[in-house]
Ligand binder design. Structure first.
Ligand SMILES: *Cc1c(COP(=O)(O)O)cnc(C)c1O
Length: 228
């Protein structure tokens, strides 16, 4: 143990304690772990984090090797077809970023091979940004209906990022819109669809997201510090 390591570890602990103490009941925190070392991820778990969010398969595998089942694992990055492998599906407890029928079919096919039913969220491109991943708001219901017929996937809600802003208040309309779609689909009571989770809000926007109904928030910087 060296001095810098202890200081970093103490900071992660304090950040998590402060964050968790101020959250309402029923809200789950996903620690967004991109660029962090497996040791940092383990420290977050030891400090009370129950869910790790991974953007990259390689980082997920490395962190999972150290942390294992001491946490749950959510995939929150851009999923490509060639990444939907057995070893990947075995790690993850939820995939938050499904945005096409094609990728859903691939997850379904591979999960059938390993006898798993994968909980997923549909990622909504609430900012309608052309280069961003996610399904356009008007296409979400159709995609949910299509995916609901797949036997090895269970739709459990929606996720959104929203455009990047400096001012947290600027996120609000995108969160409101995603919440509206969430409630609408929930009201349809589609078979094999259980609209339970609304994953919205990051370090600079999670307070607004909570006001707009999020029950999963994805936090990186406020837990681990600034990324390099
Ligand atoms: C990085 C990331 C986050 C967390 O971002 P911070 O601003 O560091 O809290 C949340 N969600 C996704 C999908 C991310 O890639």
């Amino acid at each position: 143990m060296n001095y810098n390591h202890d200081v970093a570890s103490e900071l992660i602990k304090q950040n998590i304690a402060k964050l968790l103490a101020a959250l309402p009941d029923g809200v789950e925190v996903v620690a967004a772990a991109k660029t962090r070392t497996p040791e940092e991820v383990l420290e977050a778990v030891q400090a009370g984090i129950k869910i790790i969010g991974e953007n990259y398969v390689k980082e997920a595998k490395e962190a999972h090797e150290l942390v294992g089942r001491r946490a749950k694992w959510h995939f929150i990055g851009t999923l490509r077809k060639h990444n939907v492998r057995k070893t990947v599906l075995e790690i993850f407890d939820m995939i938050e970023s499904v945005d096409s029928l094609e990728i859903a079919r691939e997850i379904d096919r591979r999960c059938a091979q390993i006898g798993k039913i994968m909980p997923i969220l549909i990622e909504v491109n609430s900012g309608r940004e052309p280069q961003k991943s996610g399904t356009l708001p008007e296409d979400v219901e159709r995609l949910v209906r299509e995916i609901s017929s797949l036997g090895n996937i269970q739709v459990m809600g929606l996720m959104t990022m929203g455009p990047r802003f400096g001012n947290p208040e600027d996120f609000r309309p995108y969160f409101t819109e995603t919440r509206r779609i969430f409630e609408k689909i929930k009201g349809l009571k589609l078979p094999n669809v259980e609209m339970r989770y609304l994953s919205m809000g990051m370090t600079n926007s999670y307070k607004v997201a909570l006001e707009e109904g999020a029950n999963i928030i994805r936090i990186g910087t406020r837990i681990f510090g600034e990324r390099d």
